[in-house]
Structure formats: structure tokens, C-alpha cells
Design a protein around this ligand. Structure first.
Ligand SMILES: *Cc1c(COP(=O)(O)O)cnc(C)c1O
Length: 235
């Protein structure tokens, strides 16, 4: 077994354990292997070990990698989508995790009409209120949700968040609970199911699973640390 296989095994075991101790069926938690900055070879290894869903955060990088990898893989966009990249992005990704403003969703809807596709999205929420974070403020989302659900081409599957960075894996739990509560409120308000909660990364996914996460986005715990000279959205 190479290290990617071993890491994947370990992560799957931890996901299963976290789900079971929360009284959840482990199959309701899907693993998104965040492969940003890692070469196609690393992704092929993970795919060989049975991993099917991969997350990328840059369109240029995804355009270079996705076509050289098996077509059976499912790709999720986890970054901050710029409007001038929507047209290229739509055919590549099954799910867009980070839609953080109504204007972006409206533009995705318009371009989806031209391409004849039906993108699925998750609305990113800034539950911590940190100024450096992307995402809807919860109250803005309460006001915007009806219009977003009315977009004919774009399907809203649920919510996504990133907890503030902390050394303490449990510190994130209240933010994950807040996202779940907001989701429950929005479902009540609109009468529309929002089943997906994308929350939890390498450092905090167990807390996220305790609070109902259905999609954990895990990068470094599978593929190792990312090269420091390749900036991503944290830097
Ligand atoms: C990079 C990234 C991740 C993965 O982070 P790790 O700490 O490496 O697991 C998850 N979600 C988003 C939005 C990211 O940009």
C-alpha cells in the first residue's frame, strides 16, 4: 500500500467511527478528496484505492487535470468561482460548493441556459462572521433564498461552510451546529429540502460529522501537505 491508500483507509475508518458515534449511517457522509495542487498521478492513486469524488478550487488547474483522468470520477468545485470562469466550469463539475452571492447564482443560471446544463450548487455561509471569509451572512441568505430556489436551471442542494482555523478540532463544532440550524430554518421557511451540508476538513471533520455533515472536504490528510509556494484561498 502506498501512503495515499493508507491515508484513505484511515480517513474512511475515522469517518465511519464519527458517524456511528453520532448515531448516523456512515453511508450518509460522502468523502470529497481535495486534490487541488496535487498532480494527476496522486489522483489516479486515490482513484485506484476506490475514491470517486475529488475537489478542485481553480478552473485552470481543473482544465489541465480532469481530461487526463478517468471519466468515471466525479468532480466538485470547492473554490471561489469568478464569473468569467463560469462557462468553462459548468461542464466540468457535478457540484459547486462555494456559491457565496446571489449575483453569481444568477449568472450561473443564465449561462447554464445557454449551455443546456443544470448545475447543482451549495450556498456558502459565513457562520463565524470573520471578515476574511467568503459566504452569505445568515440573514442575507434568509432574504435571498426564495429567489435562489426559483432559478430554473440552478439546483440548490444545501449549504457549505468553513470554520475558523483552530488547533482544537472541537472548536469548530458550534459553527457546524449553526450551519445545520440555519439549514433547518431555511427548509421550514421555504418548504424545500436542502439535504446537503458540506462541512469539515482535515482538521475538523469529525466535529462536522457529529453535527450532520453529508460532505467532508479532506485534502492534506489524504494527499499530504500542499506545496507552500502554490497559493490557495487560505493564503
Ligand atoms: C483546501 C480546501 C479544503 C481541504 O483542506 P485540508 O485542510 O487540506 O483538508 C477543504 N475545503 C476548501 C474550501 C478548501 O479550499
Amino acid at each position: 500500500m502506498n501512503s495515499t491508500d493508507k491515508n484513505l483507509d484511515r480517513i474512511r475508518h475515522r469517518i465511519r467511527t464519527a458517524a456511528e458515534s453520532a448515531g448516523r449511517d456512515p453511508s450518509t457522509v460522502r468523502l470529497v478528496a481535495v486534490s487541488k495542487t496535487h498532480p494527476p498521478g496522486a489522483i489516479r492513486e486515490a482513484a485506484g484505492a476506490g475514491q470517486e469524488i475529488f475537489g478542485e478550487s481553480k478552473i485552470q488547474e481543473a482544465l489541465a487535470k480532469i481530461p487526463v483522468l478517468p471519466p468515471s470520477l466525479e468532480w466538485h468545485f470547492i473554490g471561489h468561482l469568478q464569473s468569467n470562469k463560469i462557462r468553462k466550469a459548468l461542464p466540468l463539475f457535478r457540484l459547486f460548493h462555494g456559491v457565496d452571492n446571489p449575483g453569481l447564482a444568477v449568472q450561473m443560471n443564465r449561462i447554464a441556459e445557454e449551455c443546456g446544463c443544470f448545475p447543482r450548487i451549495l450556498l456558502e455561509v459565513n457562520v463565524s462572521g470573520e471578515e476574511s471569509k467568503f459566504g452569505f451572512q445568515p440573514d442575507c441568505l434568509r432574504s435571498a433564498i426564495a429567489d435562489l430556489l426559483a432559478l430554473p436551471r440552478v439546483g440548490v442542494s444545501g449549504l457549505m461552510t468553513m470554520a475558523p482555523y483552530s488547533e482544537d478540532p472541537l472548536a469548530a463544532r458550534p459553527y457546524f451546529a449553526a450551519l445545520r440550524h440555519l439549514r433547518d430554518d431555511l427548509e421550514q421557511q421555504t418548504g424545500t429540502p436542502l439535504p446537503e451540508l458540506s462541512m469539515g476538513m482535515s482538521g475538523d471533520f469529525e466535529a462536522a460529522i457529529s453535527e450532520g455533515s453529508t460532505l467532508v472536504r479532506i485534502g492534506s490528510a489524504i494527499f499530504g501537505e500542499r506545496p507552500k509556494n502554490q497559493p490557495d484561498r487560505f493564503s
